[in-house]
Design a protein around this ligand. Structure first.
Ligand code: 48H
Length: 261
């Protein structure tokens, strides 16, 4: 049987440190920072990277995918309503039609294909990294994010005097789901007003999310469930077509903004 190469502990550590530092340094400045690696953020990132843009997704968890691993009620089948199957086809996600216009897929298969497609397209990730605040310029333009290691939040206050760092980009996308964490930071500063997401109404919600996906503040685009939180739109429960398509729309709008910046 072939032996493993004679590589020692120091070589492995050095490879990790060097590669991490190289990539982090490169992505301290990017075209677009996406906060949140759920379905909408991954889809937006994938399409932007496919179009040749430099994209960093900041995700507070170790794992990517947000709520896309599980459909609802801890059951790992995800649903998509027509016309969302176009994206499932594009990503090579198997599904079956359970009724007219309603498709069901395996959560792990759907989510891992989406993550792989984002990686293949060239998206880079800062996982275990939490969005803390914004970088704002004199003219009010948002042009970056303040981030820190997620574990810092879990430590006792006395030992968490760890300052965050900032990263810059032309566009920031809020893809943090229900919590709309980036929008909330602007709201804290009195710059926008969020309405909070509305009660469930599947038939209305998904079309409204697509219609409202877009720029909410100079340099800030909102996608996915955070769109509902921004505009008080009805929620859609465990169905994901609008998350994927909203990510697509966010990428298109970002490309237009980048072209005119
Ligand atoms: C870094 C953060 C931070 C932070 C959050 O919740 P998500 O899956 O979001 P969407 O909008 O892509 O998809 C929503 C969908 O999963 C869902 O919940 C639906 C359709 N619900 C309908 C309903 O009626 O309830 O992903 C958001 C991601 C997660 O991975 C978070 O960990 C991450 O954002 N995140 N990352 N810094 N401060 N806050």
């Amino acid at each position: 049987m072939e032996k493993f190469s004679p590589v020692g502990e120091k070589d492995i550590t050095r490879a990790i440190v060097t590669e991490f530092a190289r990539q982090f340094s490169e992505y301290v400045e990017s075209d677009c920072i996406i906060i949140g690696g759920g379905p909408s953020g991954l889809m937006a990132g994938r399409n932007l990277a496919k179009a040749g843009k430099k994209v960093l997704i900041v995700e507070r968890n170790n794992y990517l995918g947000g709520g896309f691993w599980i459909g609802g009620y801890l059951m790992n089948k995800v649903t998509v309503r027509h016309p969302g199957e176009r994206v499932l086809d594009e990503l090579g996600i198997p599904y079956k039609a359970v009724s007219e216009g309603l498709l069901v897929a395996d959560g792990p298969h759907a989510c891992s294909k989406l993550i792989a497609s984002a990686c293949d397209s060239g998206v880079k990730f800062a996982n275990m990294t939490v969005f803390e605040d914004l970088v704002l310029r004199e003219d009010g333009r948002l042009c970056g994010a303040v981030i820190n290691w997620t574990p810092i939040l879990a430590l006792p206050r006395e030992i968490t005097c760890v300052d965050p760092v900032a990263i810059e980009s032309t566009i920031v996308i809020d893809a943090t789901g229900h919590d709309a964490q980036v929008l909330k930071k602007l709201e804290e500063r009195g710059l926008i007003k969020t309405k909070g997401f509305g009660a469930m109404w599947v038939e209305r919600s998904e079309d409204l999310i697509l219609e409202h996906t877009g720029e909410v503040y100079p340099g800030l685009i909102v996608t996915g469930m955070a769109v509902s939180t921004m505009y008080g739109l009805p929620r859609m429960g465990p169905t994901f077509g609008a998350m994927l398509l909203s990510g697509e729309v966010a990428a298109e709008i970002t490309l237009e903004k980048l072209a005119s910046s």
